[in-house]
Unconditional design. Sequence first.
Length: 131
Amino acid sequence: MKKTADTVGVPLIPEAKQILGHYEEGDGEEWGFPISEGIDPGDEEALHRRKCQRNSAANRHLKELAGQAGIENRVTFHLSRNAAAWKLYQNVGDIYKVSKFLGHSNVEQTQDYIDGFVDESRDEDFIAAME
């Protein structure tokens, strides 16, 4: 991502590797990521504009779907990155590691990502201690 301090990668699960393998073995006529179709891979500005257009369209659809599902909170495509940060934090327990995973330049950015998610992992212990 352009907004992060470092370029970061994400390990692929076997199913994702299998899907991407289809495009490596293909004849070059299919696009693994159709968002880039018709754009010169070296034209970063055009790729960025296309990404922004598609992201806006996805957010409009998510808003509509959230409304149909009765969800009143703001739902965006970027929320999935925040949710991934929260899940990483729950599993790793180290905000500094999560910050590195996300390529953030400082841990405060990461803290902003995970703020707002309610940590219910200790609720049962708390309730049991109060009895």
